[in-house]
Design a protein around this ligand. Structure first.
Ligand SMILES: NC(=O)c1ccc[n+]([C@@H]2O[C@H](COP(=O)([O-])OP(=O)(O)OC[C@H]3O[C@@H](n4cnc5c(N)ncnc54)[C@H](OP(=O)(O)O)[C@@H]3O)[C@@H](O)[C@H]2O)c1
Length: 301
């Protein structure tokens, strides 16, 4: 079919089985946008939250709907008013319905030559989130940041940005990820029974991030001694303890620029936990929802 493509779509909210690979018309790049031939799409937890209809306030959905925010690929259409990018350029960035052979991006940058498409698709959302939440804690060079849920996509970026800024990190993760956290320059301990005491033994905490939503806000407030120094991206109940819930995205162009800079200096690497074909989007969601991703899961087109 001319002008047609494959995309992942869902016609009702629900479990992973609502995801279907369907034929669709190719989208077009409106003013200020570009279209890419998608080579890889990042899988973020927000994608399955949208699929379940959990967060319709922040992400309104009209069914049937595509899915996916992050992508890397080759530019094949440039919208009105767009400058500095041409058909054929390799870019990574953020758009909509990126679980597809073709997608429109609203923010992008040229891909660093060091990255494969598969790797590049894992950076945009985690980098934007990591920069935003570190900023919201107000943590400074020479201080110590506690990160609960440090081994995932956002945690991997937070640890490396903090190391770059001279901030000490104490990270919590499962037993299998202790070496991973230490490799990113953090002090590491396991979550679960007695975790707050283990953190205390590692050092004094100036600020804290909850990236796992595992019900630890009260302890994070106790460890920092100041609820204003505690930020969660995964626990809507954080304000009950005087802490902040961060949900409003910051600047994606600034996040991509920072990623490119750090990658060029060899100071940032988000590992691909596992790659999946477009037709395996449901399997990628099941694995992401299991909650133990190291780095980012990616659909490869
Ligand atoms: N509000 C926002 O703006 C925003 C933005 C981005 C993401 N989010 C949310 O933030 C969360 C994290 O995102 P992500 O992309 O980093 O997720 P992810 O890549 O799926 O990572 C999940 C991580 O959580 C860890 N984990 C699981 N149970 C834990 C526990 N009890 N204590 C501490 N860590 C635990 C896992 O480590 P182990 O394997 O070692 O257990 C895994 O590395 C998601 O819920 C996502 O929806 C919110």
């Amino acid at each position: 079919m001319f002008g047609g493509m494959k995309k992942v779509s869902f016609a009702e909210f629900g479990g992973p089985d609502v995801l279907q690979l369907v034929d669709a018309e190719e989208p077009h790049a409106g003013p200020g946008h570009i279209r890419i031939a998608v080579r890889a799409a990042g899988v973020n937890p927000v994608d399955w939250r949208i699929r379940e209809g959990q967060i319709l306030g922040a992400h309104p959905v009209e069914l049937p709907s595509g899915l996916g925010l992050d992508a890397a690929g080759v530019v094949d259409e440039v919208g009105e008013g767009v400058v500095g990018v041409e058909v054929g350029d390799r870019v990574f960035g953020e758009g909509s319905s990126t679980y597809a052979e073709t997608a429109v991006l609203s923010a992008w940058a040229r891909m660093p030559s060091e990255l494969t498409f598969e790797e590049a698709a894992g950076y945009p959302s985690v980098m934007e989130t990591a920069l935003r939440v570190i900023g919201e804690t107000g943590v400074r060079r020479g201080q110590t940041l506690l990160v609960s849920g440090a081994a995932g996509g956002v945690g991997s970026a937070v640890l490396q940005i903090a190391r770059d800024r001279g901030i000490t990190v104490i990270g919590t993760a499962g037993a299998a990820n202790q070496g991973y956290l230490r490799g990113l320059g953090a002090l590491a301990t396991t979550y679960g029974e007695g975790w707050a005491e283990r953190v205390r033994r590692l050092g004094t905490v100036d600020a804290a991030l909850d990236l796992a939503g595992s019900g630890v806000i009260r302890e994070l407030v106790e460890l920092t001694g100041n609820p204003e120094k505690v930020v969660s991206i995964a626990d809507l109940g954080a304000p009950e303890f005087g802490a902040r819930f961060s949900g409003t995205a910051g600047s994606m162009p600034a996040a991509l620029a920072q990623a490119i800079d750090m990658i060029s200096w060899g100071r940032l690497h988000i590992p691909v936990a596992k790659s999946y074909a477009l037709a395996e989007a449901a399997a990628a969601h099941i694995d992401s929802q299991a909650g133990h991703t190291r780095g980012r899961r990616v659909l490869v087109i």
